[in-house]
Design a protein around this ligand. Structure first.
Ligand code: NCD
Ligand code: ZN
Length: 346
């Protein structure tokens, strides 16, 4: 039985760091284990221009505690007014590694997202030309589409037409939550990849709703039926280079989560590596953890894998993590998979 595993230091290809006191609180949680992360731009106001991204990167680096190293990989929030020339310059300077597309209204702070996809066509064409990836929150926002079907419907009605209209565009379907999303990423032609979160490998919709409503399991896209979780686990542990880790660790204060209208987001930065080792061991695929967390993502972004390593050791007694971390005067609850974890990062 494997009880020790050494892998290249992992990266997180979808992370929310926020700003101010929250940024200061959550950044060390990621930097402790991860070398780099794709930083989501859904601040209020969003990170839209190269100037916004440069300023945000500086705030992140200023919040990094002494002695820790971390490289934020910045993204731009795509709006109907985004200037293709600004995007190209931000890419050429090395500042920006991806552009993020939120359909307007789809999730937290997405009001400035895209409603009319024709309006962003010139940006997408420029991105295809220069090889800059588009990260997509893949859900429709149509009222009459059931929330559990919004990813599946997006694949057919938005993603596939968008990719056909812009051949050569590098697309990452983020936080895939359905078997249909997995099949689409695995089987479709062209330049496509998918990120998978930690929590979607461990919870399904029963975890949110059975025995009382669990606000800390509510995130977007919402966790689906168990069979979808199983499809995600198979894809993540397959070694297929199209799939890699994007935790979507998305901190909100407890006051905003434990609320009559609770915010979407699971905060998994603190214990992600223990959670992933647990899942990969259950799937008999510990040998694939490095590909998922440390190799496939950099390869996709044309970056080298990290040179240094982390080790995970399986303990006899459960590894404990704080139930909450402090953020200014408030608290943020750490994702609780609902069972003990035994893999500790050394
Ligand atoms: C994210 C957030 O809180 O910013 N929430 C979430 O549930 N994942 C937004 C997002 O990525 O959808
Ligand atoms: Zn997210």
């Amino acid at each position: 039985m494997t009880t020790k595993l050494t892998i290249r230091r992992p990266d997180d290809w979808h992370l929310h760091l926020r700003d101010g006191a929250m940024l200061a609180a959550v950044l060390p949680e990621t930097a402790r284990h991860f070398a780099r992360a794709i930083i989501m731009p859904n601040l209020v106001p969003p990170v839209v221009t190269s100037g916004d991204a440069a300023a945000y990167r500086d705030r992140i680096m200023a919040a990094l505690p002494e002695g820790m190293s971390f490289e934020p990989l910045m993204t731009l929030y795509l709006t109907e007014d985004t200037d293709p020339a600004d995007v190209a310059a931000a890419h050429a300077s090395g500042l920006v590694k991806a552009v993020k597309l939120y359909p307007a209204g789809v999730t937290t702070n997405s009001a400035s997202g895209v409603t009319n996809f024709d309006k962003v066509r010139p940006v997408l064409e420029k991105m295809a030309e220069i090889g800059l990836p588009l990260c997509i929150h893949g859900e429709v926002t149509t009222d009459h589409v059931d929330i559990f079907d919004r990813e599946k419907v997006f694949l057919e009605t938005v993603l596939d037409p968008l990719r056909r209209a812009t051949p050569g565009l590098k697309v990452t379907l983020e936080h895939v939550t359905t078997a249909q999303g997995i099949d689409y990423v695995r089987e479709s032609e062209g330049d496509i990849a998918g990120t998978i979160t930690t929590h979607h490998l461990m919870i399904n919709r029963n975890h949110i709703l059975v025995g009382g409503i669990k606000p800390h399991y509510y995130c977007l896209p919402v966790a689906k039926r168990r069979e979808h979780m199983e499809a995600l686990r198979k894809a993540a542990t397959s070694g297929n280079s199209r799939f890699f880790l994007g935790t979507d660790s998305a901190p909100h204060t407890d006051a905003l989560k434990e609320n009559a209208c609770g915010c979407a987001g699971c905060f998994t930065a603190t214990n992600t590596m223990s959670c992933l080792a647990h899942v990969f061991e259950e799937e008999g695929a510990l040998d694939k953890l490095e590909a998922f967390a440390s190799l496939n993502g950099p390869a996709r972004y044309g970056l080298p894998a990290n040179k240094n390593t982390i080790s995970l050791v399986k303990e006899e007694i459960p590894v404990t993590y704080p139930e909450k971390i402090a953020a200014g005067d408030e608290t943020v609850t750490v994702f609780d998979p609902g069972h003990p974890l035994y893999w500790r990062v050394t």
